[in-house]
Design a protein around this ligand. Structure first.
Ligand SMILES: NC(=O)c1ccc[n+]([C@@H]2O[C@H](COP(=O)([O-])OP(=O)(O)OC[C@H]3O[C@@H](n4cnc5c(N)ncnc54)[C@H](OP(=O)(O)O)[C@@H]3O)[C@@H](O)[C@H]2O)c1
Length: 263
């Protein structure tokens, strides 16, 4: 089995790569992210190969495909589109530039990589794609609108792709984490206080969700599972949800990488 994990240099991606190696001994992993030293270290631990690439770059999808063709016979059984990032800002402060920055890494990069690799996935069927979205792709908070917009887009596109690729033997699954403490999303404001610590989930739960979607055909997994109720509440009682979210105020605008609770 050949499995490609983007965003494998830290957080959920690195944890999921390790979990895949444990669950499927013999899997050939391909790790993708920008930080080469981190990829090299994890690749040597797991016997994997890697491509150090900024997925926003024009040539990144072709470079990843060329790597698969050269080192893995052009086969691909599982693509996990996990790379992502968040920078907090209200729309008044961040404007189109911040929306676009999120779309580039959280949506366009997934679409472009999938476009480049879909022929390999179809040729390797039965195969699977897992798109790591977010609960923020179902519900939006002040200060995180750009991030939410990119994840809403990812979910909408994934749902259609799921229907289109079924007949080609390519399963498309979605993973929607709530809060998981990682390097890019430390959730420090939540873990600091006992009253809110419980809402932060674990990387183990996120990786289990990725494996369910990627290996066992799950269509959609929230992390943790009860967070599936949040979008239900958003649809049934939008006024109530807005009032509740409004109480938390607007996440501090800072056009720096999130360091907070935008997941
Ligand atoms: N943690 C949460 O609470 C949470 C909640 C909901 C959704 N998510 C989603 O889960 C996914 C993983 O996030 P995480 O929590 O594990 O955060 P993380 O530790 O910051 O990991 C993000 C990964 O994406 C890679 N990446 C970022 N920009 C990239 C680029 N331009 N090109 C290539 N790779 C890039 C990073 O690697 P390099 O820096 O080395 O490039 C890193 O490996 C993201 O899609 C995130 O939106 C997380």
């Amino acid at each position: 089995m050949i499995a490609l994990m983007t965003g494998a240099s830290s957080g959920i991606g690195a944890a999921a790569a390790r979990a895949l190696a444990r669950e499927r001994p013999g899997v050939q992993l391909v790790l993708v992210a920008r930080r080469e030293p981190k990829l090299r270290e994890l690749a040597s631990e797991l016997g994997a190969t890697y491509v150090a690439a900024d997925l926003v770059d024009d040539d990144a999808p072709a470079r990843v495909r060329a790597h698969l063709e050269e080192h893995h016979g052009g086969r691909l059984d599982l693509l996990v589109n996990n790379a992502g990032a968040s920078w907090r800002a209200t729309f008044a402060d961040g404007g189109f530039e911040n929306v676009n920055r999120h779309m580039e890494i959280n949506f366009n990069a997934q679409v472009r990589l999938t476009e480049a690799l879909l022929p390999l996935l179809r040729a390797s069927e039965p195969s699977a794609i897992v798109n790591v979205a977010s609960v923020a792709g179902r519900i939006s908070r002040g200060g995180a609108g750009s991030y939410s917009a990119s994840k809403f887009a990812l979910i909408g596109w994934s749902d259609a792709l799921h229907l289109e690729e079924r007949e080609h033997g390519v399963h498309v699954g979605l993973v929607l984490p709530g809060f998981v403490a990682t390097e890019g999303f430390p959730a420090a404001e939540l873990t600091r206080r006992r009253a809110t610590r419980w809402v932060v989930s674990t990387q183990d739960k996120a990786t289990a969700a990725i494996l369910d979607a990627g290996l066992r055909g799950a269509a959609e997994r929230y992390v943790p599972r009860p967070w599936a109720l949040i979008p239900v509440l958003r649809v049934l009682a939008p006024g109530l949800v807005r009032r509740l979210l409004g109480r938390g105020g607007v996440a501090k605008a800072s056009l720096t990488k999130t360091g907070g609770d935008d997941s």
